[in-house]
Design a protein around this ligand. Structure first.
Ligand code: M6R
Length: 606
């Protein structure tokens, strides 16, 4: 996730306006920043690694000349945060500049074709291919607009782009597919941006650009077209939100916004280049000992992954809470050990210390993180980045489901590489995984009103149990963690089979027990566990397949889940109503879910 901003002023200083716009977008990424403006002398670019304020203080981005320009605040996906990888990117001649938010899946192939035709690349980013593709179009004699359209037609993946060219010095061309893009219409001024809050200080008149559309911003106004050139008529609307509400996309809290961003975050995460999966799969297959090391929510992702790896890839792994890793595993690490570290921030001190300890003893380090350039990525032999975008709420939500998505992809690839799945079996699983964004979307919409009711009824209880079996133990543990950290209600996650060995003693009339009960091989036993709890007066809140009439009848409250989710992907979908349960309980109790007491987004102490 990155932020893009562009403006075309009647006269005046575009760079100053762009800088202010980028500040509003900094929540979308902040590892590097850059601006390109255009005047009679050509394109001027300033960019560097660092936060906007730091780079502005160093380079004075806002002093760039010209009344038209584009800017970018970056959240690295391809290529580490650095001066050359910062946007805008230019073509070979410096006559075209591009900013981009999204992921270009086929960039390696496009880059090698472009290099084969003599183009010189300066960065390691996927974005730079766009500048060179537009350059080729213009060199072939195409008008600027046509050159941009031809370029985006060959791109697979997601993008919101803004492009400028000396060929048409009064024009910005934008295009969108699966990454957000809005335009703002001022008084003889035009803006483009990744979201509305960036534009609000200048105008409340906005038009939202849809997938597959291109926009031309020029002195003549704005024009929206489809990729085949058909004009689109779109009446702008007047934004009624306050600036503060607009930053949260109209949601009352970042946590809720991030919960609802999960379908898109998962979709973007599924775009991981196959080469990373291949390399990671080889490391996992060759390991003699595999530890899955993480803290908090990320540990729950690791726990779920241990079920995926053992069932799908026949690989035994030990999930270890990062702060316990050295005490538990220190004497068992050698060159044949692999540590798969999972951390959204990539900065958690416990996880880093485990990774350093393992690395010193020769272990290979593989990591999954949401932050390129974080400490964990620098210590890793190979890392895969989830594409959740920055998570502002302290509670991990979209970073958890994107970690699970990456781990599921990895388990499928290891299984294929070990010859345990035929191509068609693997394809069937991948097809199901690609449907998960849709399952999550449906689940959130269908369960939200039911969850609100449950939270109203039970948020004054002192205690909750969350129970599951098999891979759903991870979902149960995460559901309990979410509830306790956000609503301060005591909640325990347990393997359901273990509940009769102690926890059941606490059950009394009306005690809320959440059962995570997907239709897998654990279902029959979990029905038995539900009965045991009911017999002692517990109220059963069950998450089970929408067609599971038996569990529905046993439940006090039933949360129907999509029937088609493959059993090892259920944590990605089933956790989402539990995130909502934590959220609505906190809000009903009057707590701020974005900033729970005593917690920090990134825990950098041991
Ligand atoms: O950044 P990390 O994934 O390494 O963070 C680990 C935990 O601190 C984190 O998952 C924490 O448990 C969550 N914020 C809880 O929602």
């Amino acid at each position: 996730m990155c932020g893009i901003f562009g403006c075309l002023l009647e006269d005046g200083h575009a760079a100053k306006v762009i800088l202010e716009g980028l500040k509003k977008l900094e929540y979308r990424g902040y590892d590097s920043v850059g601006i390109a403006t255009l005047d009679a002398r050509g394109i001027h670019v300033k960019k560097d690694k660092g936060k906007i304020a730091e780079v502005e203080a160093r380079l004075s981005l806002s002093s760039l000349p010209g009344n038209l320009g584009i800017g970018h605040t970056r959240w690295a996906t391809h290529g580490a945060p650095s001066q050359v990888n910062a946007h805008p990117h230019t073509d070979c001649t410096g006559a075209i500049a591009v900013v981009h938010n999204g992921v270009i899946e086929n960039f390696m192939q496009l880059r090698s074709e472009l290099e084969g035709r003599g183009h010189k690349f300066k960065s390691a980013t996927d974005t730079e291919v766009i500048a060179h593709l537009v350059e080729e179009g213009i060199a072939r004699g195409l008008p600027f607009l046509k050159a941009v359209i031809e370029a985006v037609k060959v791109i697979d993946g997601s993008y919101a782009i803004a492009v400028i060219s000396v060929k048409e010095p009064d024009t910005i061309i934008c295009a969108r597919k699966e990454s957000p893009l809005v335009i703002g219409i001022g008084d003889r001024t035009l803006y483009c941006a990744s979201d509305i809050p960036a534009i609000l200080p200048y105008t409340r008149k906005v038009a939202v650009i849809e997938d597959g559309e291109v926009v031309v911003l020029s002195k003549a106004g704005f024009k929206i077209l489809k990729l085949d050139g058909t004009p689109v008529s779109r009446a702008p609307f007047i934004v009624q939100w306050s600036a503060e509400e607009a930053e949260r996309g109209g949601y009352p809290h970042f946590m809720l916004k991030e919960i609802f961003e999960q379908p898109l975050a998962i979709k973007n995460t599924l775009r991981v280049p196959k080469v990373y999966l291949k390399l990671s799969s080889t490391i996992l297959s060759d390991s003699k000992r595999l530890f899955l090391v993480a803290a908090g929510t990320s540990y729950h992702a690791g726990l779920a992954a241990s079920y995926m790896l053992s069932s799908l890839a026949h690989i035994s792994s030990t999930p270890v809470i990062a702060s316990e890793f050295i005490s538990l595993c220190n004497n068992t690490i050698d060159e044949e050990t692999v540590v798969l570290a999972i951390s959204q921030s990539g900065e958690t001190a416990d996880t880093l210390s485990a990774v350093r300890c393992a690395k010193e003893q020769g272990a290979k380090i593989l990591s999954i993180t949401n932050v390129v350039g974080s400490s964990i990525t620098r210590l890793s032999d190979i890392y895969i980045c989830t594409q959740a975008g920055p998570e502002v709420g302290v509670a991990a939500t979209k970073t958890f489901t994107t970690q699970l998505t990456t781990l599921a992809l990895l388990a499928i690839h290891v299984s294929m590489d070990r010859g345990l799945l035929t191509t068609s079996e693997a394809q069937e699983l991948l097809d199901n995984l690609h449907k998960v964004p849709g399952f999550v979307d449906r689940t959130l919409k269908e369960t939200e009103p039911l969850v609100k009711k449950v939270s109203d009824l039970y948020c004054n209880k002192n205690s909750f149990y969350f129970l599951g079996r098999g891979i759903s133990v991870a979902t149960a543990l995460e559901g309990a963690l979410k509830l306790k950290e956000i609503s301060y209600i005591h909640a325990e996650g347990y393997p359901a089979g273990e509940s009769k060995h102690g926890p059941i003693a606490l059950i009394e009339d009306g005690f809320p027990c959440v059962f995570v009960a997907p239709p897998d091989e654990t279902r029959a036993n979990i029905v038995g566990n539900i009965m045991e709890m009911m017999a002692r007066g517990a109220h059963i809140i069950a998450l089970a397949s929408e067609d599971d009439k038996e569990i529905e009848e046993l439940s006090t409250h039933f949360l129907p889940m999509p029937r088609e989710v493959y059993k090892y992907f259920t944590p990605i979908v089933y956790i989402t109503p539990l995130q909502l349960l934590a959220y609505y309980s906190a809000v009903t109790l009057g707590y701020d879910p974005d900033k729970p007491r005593n917690l920090a987004k990134s825990v950098t102490v041991l």
